[in-house]
Design a protein around this ligand. Structure first.
Ligand SMILES: *[C@@H]1O[C@H](CO)[C@@H](O)[C@H](O)[C@H]1NC(C)=O
Ligand SMILES: *[C@@H]1O[C@H](CO)[C@@H](O)[C@H](O)[C@H]1NC(C)=O
Length: 398
C-alpha cells in the first residue's frame, strides 16, 4: 500500500476500467526432438541431456527466482532490480504486496521526478507491445502515478513472462526523492487499477514457471544484521530464513493479502484487540486502530501521544532507550503469536533532543490494520497463491 510516512490513509486505488482483451505470451513449450532414428533405444536421460545441450535456455522444470534487495535508510523501504524488454533495461522497483500494478517512468515523461529515475524506452525494446489504455494509480500516502499501459517481457530473478506494465508519463513529486524507479505490485489482480490486467504472479503461475505458486519474503532488519541479505523468492520458500514451521492463515479477501488478526499481546498477555488486517511489504510501519494503538502504548512506559496538528497526523512516540528492550508486542494470527520486539517499536529518533523515537506501531487505521515492514522483518512471510490463497508466517532467522 506504500505508506512510508506517518500519515493517515485515504482510499487507496483509483480505477480506470476498459474491457479490451489482453494478449499473453504463449506458454514456453518444451522442445521435443522430431527426427526418427531407426536404431532408437528408449533412453530418457540421454534425451534430456541432449535437449539441454541444444536448448540450454529452455527450462526443463518449473523453478524459482531470487531478487536481492537493497535496504533504504535503515528499513524505511526495500527495492530490487527487475529487467524489462529486449535488450533488457533494468529498473529498481519497490515490491509491494499492498498493491498490484507494475509501473515505472516512461522515457516520454520529462517531469523532474521522472528525470531522476531510469525511464523505460519502449522504442528500443524489440519485444514491447503497445496496449494504449490509460492507467492511473493512487496510494495510501496520497501519491499518484499515471500514464499508458504496454506489455513486454519482465524478468524477475530469472523468471520471465510477458507482462502488462504501466509506463508513467506523470508521477507525484514525492516519487522524485524515492531511490526506486517504480513499484512492483504483488497483490491480487482484483485491485489492479485497470480491470482485467493479470499480475506477474498470475502470469508466472499460469505459465507453469514456478515450482510453487508462491512469493516468499525476507526483509532484513538494520538492527539485527545491518539490513543485508533481503530477498523476494519467486516460486520457493527459503527454509534458511525462518525458525520452526510456517503457520498458514487463509486469506479472507483477495485484493490485498488480507487475514484475520485475532489478538494483540504484550509479553504474551492478551490486549483484547482484533480486526481484519493486511500483510503489506510496501508499508514501513505497523498501523492499527486508534484504540489498539493506545492499548499497546499503555504497556510501554514513557510512551507519548501527540495529537494531530496542522498537516501533521497524530503519532505515538516511545523512549529511544527501548532499543535495548527485550519485551515483545505480539500479533496473533492463525492461533500463533508472532512477535515484534519493543526494540523495533523504538523505530526512529524524532531528532528533537527529547530522547523519543517514532513508534513502529501507529494508530489511526480503524478499518483494515496493516502489518508492514516492522512486522515482516521479524517474521518470514510466504504469499501463497495456490488453490487456497494463504500466507505462511514463521519467525525470521538471522
Ligand atoms: C530453486 O531452484 C533451484 C533449481 O533451479 C533449486 O536447486 C533450489 O533448491 C530451489 N530453491 C528453493 C528454495 O526452492
Ligand atoms: C483454509 O482453507 C482450506 C480450503 O478451503 C480449508 O480446508 C481450511 O479448513 C481453511 N483453514 C482454516 C483455518 O479455516
Amino acid at each position: 500500500m506504500r505508506i512510508t510516512a506517518l500519515v493517515s490513509l485515504a482510499a487507496a486505488v483509483l480505477a480506470i476500467a476498459d474491457a479490451s482483451p489482453l494478449k499473453f505470451s504463449p506458454k514456453h513449450g518444451h522442445a521435443v526432438p522430431l527426427t526418427r532414428n531407426p536404431n532408437y533405444k528408449h533412453n530418457t536421460q540421454a534425451q534430456i541431456r541432449k535437449m539441454n545441450v541444444r536448448y540450454g535456455n529452455v527450462r526443463a522444470v518449473a523453478s524459482n527466482g531470487t531478487v536481492p534487495l537493497v535496504n533504504v535508510q535503515h528499513d524505511i523501504e526495500y527495492y530490487g532490480t527487475v529487467s524489462v524488454g529486449t535488450p533488457a533495461q533494468n529498473v529498481k522497483l519497490d515490491f509491494d504486496t499492498g498493491s498490484s500494478d507494475i509501473w515505472f517512468p516512461s522515457s516520454s515523461c520529462t517531469t523532474t521526478a521522472c528525470k531522476k529515475h531510469v525511464r523505460f524506452n519502449s522504442a528500443s525494446s524489440s519485444t514491447f507491445q503497445k496496449d494504449g489504455r490509460k492507467w492511473k494509480i493512487g496510494y495510501g500516502d496520497g501519491s499518484t502515478a499515471s500514464g499508458i499501459l504496454g506489455s513486454d517481457i519482465v524478468n524477475v530473478g530469472g523468471v520471465s513472462v510477458r507482462q502488462t506494465i504501466g509506463l508513467a508519463t506523470a508521477e507525484s513529486t514525492s516519487f522524485g526523492s524515492s531511490p526506486e524507479d517504480g513499484l512492483f505490485g504483488l497483490g491480487f489482480n482484483t485491485i489492479e487499477s485497470v480491470a482485467g490486467v493479470k499480475t506477474f504472479l498470475d502470469n508466472a503461475i499460469a505459465a507453469n514457471l514456478l515450482a510453487q505458486p508462491v512469493v516468499s519474503v525476507f526483509l532484513p532488519s538494520y538492527r539485527l544484521n545491518g539490513g543485508v541479505g533481503g530477498e523476494y523468492l519467486f516460486g520457493g520458500i527459503n527454509t534458511a530464513r525462518y525458525s520452526g514451521s510456517l503457520t498458514y492463515i487463509n486469506v479472507s479477501q483477495k485484493g490485498y493479502w488480507q487475514i484475520p488478526m485475532s489478538d494483540i499481546t504484550y509479553n504474551g498477555a492478551s490486549l483484547g484487540q482484533a480486526a481484519e488486517g493486511i500483510v503489506d511489504t510496501g508499508t514501513t510501519l505497523v498501523i492499527i486502530g486508534t484504540a489498539a494503538a493506545k492499548a499497546v502504548h499503555q504497556k510501554i512506559a514513557g510512551s507519548v501521544f501527540t495529537p494531530a496538528s496542522g498537516t501533521q497526523a497524530a503519532y505515538w512516540s516511545v523512549p529511544c532507550s527501548l532499543q535495548s528492550s527485550t519485551d515483545n508486542v505480539g500479533f496473533k494470527l492463525g492461533g500463533t503469536i508472532f512477535n515484534v520486539p519493543v526494540a523495533d517499536v523504538a523505530f526512529e529518533d524524532l531528532g528533537d533532543g527529547s530522547g523519543l523515537c517514532y513508534s513502529g506501531i501507529q494508530g489511526g487505521q480503524d478499518d483494515l490494520w496493516i502489518l508492514g515492514d516492522v512486522f515482516i522483518k521479524n517474521n518470514y512471510c510466504v504469499f501463497d497463491q495456490g488453490a487456497t490463497a494463504r500466507i505462511g508466517i514463521a519467525p525470521a532467522k538471522y
